[in-house]
Design a protein around this ligand. Structure first.
Ligand SMILES: [Mg+2]
Length: 240
């Protein structure tokens, strides 16, 4: 297995140079926010919990690890700017797969103009990718506690696809829209920014609408009425 330095070089090689005062290579990165407040979040994807190596390519894993974090930043109505990445790698992990993870992560990072500014490698029994992402706020953050009686409830996209994708993967299916949604979640960054101008509250729906709506209602001290027939669902989810 190559040394940590080789891993770092191999991984960073896929990312553009970070636009920060001090980037990867020092003990800390140094960031220079252009305005206002920063929001910060962290989330991990862990082998056999959030993905399997049989069902996900290395690039899928890299994409997903960053996407779930960008999704949290988006839900606050912030613009994602910087992230750090901690990788736990099994001892036999192939170097080519490390490049794959970096490629999937870097493609999504480029799309959202968010810079990798640091990270860490450690060895572990299971593969996991932990990312901490920051975003800049140009207006007050969207929190879970701002909902008021009379507000309308909106969701983005369609519900249930990723969960169905997980069931498909477990059943051995490797293709189709739901599997893609499970492997390649799309962070709704532009929508989060737009929503921050109009919405009273928001959250990232990652545990399913029923559970996450419960979190929002509890934080806001409100109740919600949902007409099930009006929930947006893709044709494939409706059929199942
Ligand atoms: Mg989330």
């Amino acid at each position: 297995m190559p040394g940590e330095f080789d891993f770092i070089r191999r991984f960073l090689h896929h990312f553009p140079k970070a636009r920060v005062p001090v980037g990867p290579g020092d003990d800390c990165a140094v960031l220079a926010p252009s305005r206002g407040a920063l929001c910060v979040t962290t989330d991990a994807v862990v082998e056999d919990v959030h993905f399997t190596r049989a069902g996900f390519s290395p690039a899928d894993i890299g994409h997903k690890a960053l996407a779930v974090n960008l999704s949290d930043v988006a839900a606050m109505g912030a613009t994602p700017r910087w992230f750090v990445c901690a990788l736990a790698l099994p001892r036999d992990f192939p170097a080519a797969h490390l490049s794959g993870i970096a490629r999937g992560m870097a493609a999504l990072a480029r799309e959202h103009r968010v810079d990798l500014v640091g990270g860490n490698f450690t060895s572990a029994r299971e593969l996991s990718v932990t990312i901490t992402a920051t975003g800049e706020l140009s207006r007050p953050p969207l929190t879970r506690s701002g909902a008021r009686p009379g507000d309308w409830l909106y969701v983005s996209g369609t519900l249930g696809d990723a969960r169905l994708g997980l069931a498909h993967l477990k059943a051995g299916l490797r293709k189709g829209g739901p599997v893609r949604r499970q492997r390649r979640p799309v962070p709704r960054v532009a929508l989060g920014l737009l929503a921050s101008r109009f919405a009273s509250a928001a959250l990232d729906v990652s545990d399913g609408l029923a559970q996450d709506l419960g979190h929002l209602c509890t934080a806001s001290g409100v109740r919600a009425t949902v007409e099930l027939a009006r929930l947006p669902m893709s044709a494939v989810v409706r059929r199942e």
